[in-house]
Design a protein. Structure first.
Length: 409
């Protein structure tokens, strides 16, 4: 049989608020992922001892997220010691990249059954620094003096001329769509409730959405990154805004339009997708829901950083011999409002086809887990609408974008 990569099923935890008062804060991220892994196993009925690899994305990689959280979570789940695990980091695209790597392993014939996804407990953050991307590497900083992502998002809005009002309107629409999706139970099929260690319920539904958010509500919020933009690490040096403007001298100042309401929510969560070969699925009585048609990664200018979803989408379509007209639905991660507005401008895609159940501005963005969550959400929605093809794309740190095309079976 011709090699294909089949998505058998996809599950996720609810997204918990990424703060100490959030419902998942006191559940270790290994435990969150372990429960999601077991939820996937219980729904599908596969034998973990036969899993070729557990591939998980994670953006933090230190503290509670360290020491190969994929393997540790599989062990925590009580899976067979024969199930290995590997953790990867492509910043915000880590979970999507994990699924893409799983598909590559299956398509190559080197693997037959892979569990892929990601995890992030943002209420348990790793230390973050202004110069974190260059990590005090002066040689790299002399080439690309990268800035925090919030500054990059505001830089996109400034360069492209996106207004605060446009960004806020997109955020309100995200909340509206998410509220409808939740009220109609569109996420229920994929959700795995997360329990405390004592067996009591920690969280069963997404905790971050703010139904009923209005433009007037968002207008009251102050820009989140304006103060950061004026910060000078060296009193005699340039501010962060001035540093960003060195790469874009055509602008006189950065217009700070993003705030907590039109940026992705800080949340905790995990997701897992089961990818198999057709031969394995048929031999074990597993029914596929979708196939992974193609994946791609694009790189763009790393100071503005977050502009690659459009190029990544174009690249994956080119590789697949498809066009935007061949895609029924899109998931474009709402890292910041300007990222999605830039995608619309680059591609001409109808916004009515994008993030139909809301996005990260409403639901939240658990860095390493989001990509796998979006893939699962899109599989569910293609089935709900009886449509065939979907494309998922995300921006990532360092000026990259990930993209995946899936097709319903």
């Amino acid at each position: 049989m011709e090699r294909e990569a089949w998505i058998i099923d996809a599950v996720r935890s609810p997204r918990g608020k990424g703060k100490e008062t959030g419902a998942l804060h006191n559940v270790h991220p290994q435990r969150i992922l372990a429960q999601v892994l077991n939820g996937l196993r219980d729904r599908v009925g596969f034998d973990p001892a036969e899993v070729d690899d557990v591939v998980m994305g994670c953006g933090a990689g230190s503290g509670d997220h360290s020491m190969d959280i994929a393997r540790m979570s599989a062990l925590d789940a009580g899976w067979s010691i024969e199930a290995p695990g590997v953790t990867l980091n492509r910043f915000c695209g880590s979970g999507q990249q994990a699924v893409n790597f799983a598909a590559m392993g299956v398509l190559s014939g080197m693997q037959d059954i892979v569990v892929a996804g990601g995890v992030e407990s943002m209420s348990r953050p790793s230390p973050m620094h202004v110069d974190g991307f260059t990590a005090n590497n002066a040689h790299l900083r002399d080439q690309y003096n990268m800035v925090p992502q919030g500054i990059s998002a505001d830089l996109i809005a400034t360069v492209e001329g996106f207004s605060r009002e446009e960004c806020d309107a997109l955020a309100v629409e995200s909340q509206r769509r998410a509220a409808i999706a939740i009220s109609e139970g569109r996420f229920e099929r994929s959700l795995i409730p997360i329990l405390h260690d004592n067996g009591t319920l920690a969280l069963a539904v997404d905790e971050h959405p703010r139904a009923g958010t209005t433009l007037a509500d968002l207008a009251k919020l102050s820009p989140s990154f304006e103060g950061m933009g004026g910060y000078k690490k060296d009193p005699e040096g340039l501010s962060i805004d001035e540093t960003a403007r060195l790469a874009y001298p055509q602008i006189s100042q950065i217009n700070h339009v993003h705030h907590g309401g039109n940026s992705s929510g800080v949340v905790d969560g995990a997701a897992a997708v089961l990818v198999t070969s057709p031969d394995y699925a048929k031999a074990h009585g597993l029914k596929p829901r979708a196939r992974i048609i193609m994946s791609a990664v694009a790189g763009t200018e790393p100071v503005i950083m977050l502009t690659a979803p459009g190029p990544a989408a174009k690249l994956v379509l080119k590789k697949a011999g498809m066009t935007f007209d061949d895609i029924d639905l899109f998931e474009v991660n709402e890292a910041f409002a300007a990222v999605v507005l830039k995608f619309f401008k680059d591609t001409g895609v109808d916004p009515a086809k994008v993030n139909v159940n809301g996005g990260a501005m409403a639901l939240g963005h658990p860095i390493g887990a989001t990509g796998a969550m979006l893939i699962g959400t899109l599989v569910d929605e293609l089935e709900r609408q009886d449509k065939q093809t979907g494309l998922i794309t995300m921006c990532t740190g360092g000026g990259m974008g990930t993209a995946t095309i899936i097709e319903r079976i």
